[in-house]
Design a protein around this ligand. Structure first.
Ligand code: DNO
Length: 399
């Protein structure tokens, strides 16, 4: 397994030497300054690559793109689609020309990962990300006032949400809006309430069937070229894996992954196995999903969540929470073993500690929500321990 780390580029307050000290050698990054839909030029890609490799003593390399984002039109199935697909394919050619071949992307409509709290206090003074079903319901029903929103939430939740909303100050409400928007790195698109209503309006008529059809079209447009270029595409699951704002979500469970990987069957059409996103769904047995889709796992995000009965969840310690991380690691190392025995050169699965609690000096530092230094360093260290133990006990190759 290739120990990797998400780096947001030169503006990230976490430096490359710090990442090396955390023990990672793979750098997962993206050209966040380029707006969605615009081609990534060879020059821009080379610039980022050179930055990562500038100090050879660090031994870092750009191993995964996260993400090569899709223009919203592609998800909506509207607008100048041919132009968008051409631009996307050109970025793919340019990345392959620079030797970067593993690409993470998602197919979540409008919002990427969604939380209601970005700094929820944990014991001892640290902070964590949290999704609170009551606050989310309050936002949907009483702040956004989405028509028929009540139909999508349990009556007990709506009652609690009303109480929260009636008691909340203006600043608590605006913080909630900011938090719900926070999962959009990169193009930094942010919506206010009218903006939200407008973009939701554009999705009228796009249900699960339509969104799946748009996804299948995207795959037909890009997977043949990915095969030609020797690239591995890896879709990131929905986070959380449930419908939000009445929008369909189609990368949430085993059935969804089977549809996607079956739509254009190919080694190039694979999965980013995000244990935290999948783990937030009560229907998902995370290690079983890893075993089921193992040959198509091109990249792994490892983290854990602790779920509540009402649909809320907390981001837990990497080895805490509801997912058995040892069983998951066993599945990933077994898959690596299989790849190595096949004689594949690319047998190592890149993974990164996903998210992390803000711990110690992390608190108050302006890092991206979920991406502090010490919390992730701790997560990676714990995962490395599990990896070592499983590989020794089961005689699996490590790296
Ligand atoms: C959250 C991340 C996601 C991921 C995208 C991939 O922390 O894992 O934002 O980068 O969904 O496209």
């Amino acid at each position: 397994m290739e120990q990797s780390w998400r780096w947001f580029g030169p503006d990230d307050p976490i430096t490359l030497p710090q990442i090396r000290q955390a023990g990672a050698t793979g750098i997962v990054t993206a050209l966040h300054h380029i707006p969605y839909g615009v081609v990534w030029s060879v020059e821009e890609i080379e610039k980022r690559k050179a930055l990562i490799a500038a100090d050879p003593s660090l031994g870092l390399r750009w191993n995964v793109v996260e993400s090569l984002p899709l223009h919203e039109d592609i998800k909506l199935g509207q607008g100048p689609l041919d132009q968008h697909f051409d631009a996307y394919r050109q970025s793919m050619r340019n990345l392959a020309a620079c030797g970067i071949r593993t690409i993470c992307y998602n197919f979540m409509p409008i919002l990427d990962w969604t939380r209601t709290d970005l700094a929820y206090p944990i014991a001892g003074g640290g902070r964590a990300l949290r999704f609170d079903a009551v606050k989310f319901c309050a936002f949907d029903c009483f702040m956004l006032q989405r028509p028929n929103a009540e139909a999508d939430h349990a009556p007990e939740l709506i009652a609690q949400a009303r109480t929260w909303h009636d008691a909340a100050s203006e600043s608590e409400k605006s913080a909630l809006l900011v938090n719900i928007n926070a999962g959009l790195p990169g193009a930094y698109e942010r919506y206010d309430i009218p903006g939200f209503r407008q973009i939701l309006d554009r999705y009228k008529g796009v249900g699960q069937e339509e969104l799946r059809a748009h996804f299948a079209r995207f795959l037909r447009e890009i997977i043949p070229l990915a095969e030609e270029l020797g690239m591995r595409f890896a879709v990131h699951p929905d986070d959380p894996p449930r419908s939000l704002f009445g929008l369909p979500r189609i990368v949430s469970n085993g059935e969804d992954l089977a549809f996607i990987t079956g739509a254009v069957p190919s080694q190039a059409n694979g999965v980013t196995f995000c244990s935290g996103s999948l783990g937030a769904g009560p229907m998902n047995d995370v290690p079983a999903l890893a075993r089921r889709f193992a040959p198509l796992i091109h990249f792994a995000h490892l983290r854990n969540v602790a779920k509540d009965a009402d649909g809320s969840f907390m981001e837990a310690e990497h080895l805490g929470g509801d997912t058995n991380m040892v069983a998951l690691m066993q599945a990933l190392l077994a898959e690596q073993h299989r790849r190595k025995n096949e004689g594949r050169e690319d047998w190592r699965i890149p993974f990164r500690p996903d998210h992390g609690h803000e711990l110690l000096e992390d608190v108050g530092r302006k890092t991206h929500p979920g991406y502090p230094l010490i919390g992730r360093l701790r997560g990676l260290a714990e995962l490395r321990g599990v990896m070592q133990a499983v590989s020794q006990l089961e005689h699996r190759p490590l790296h």
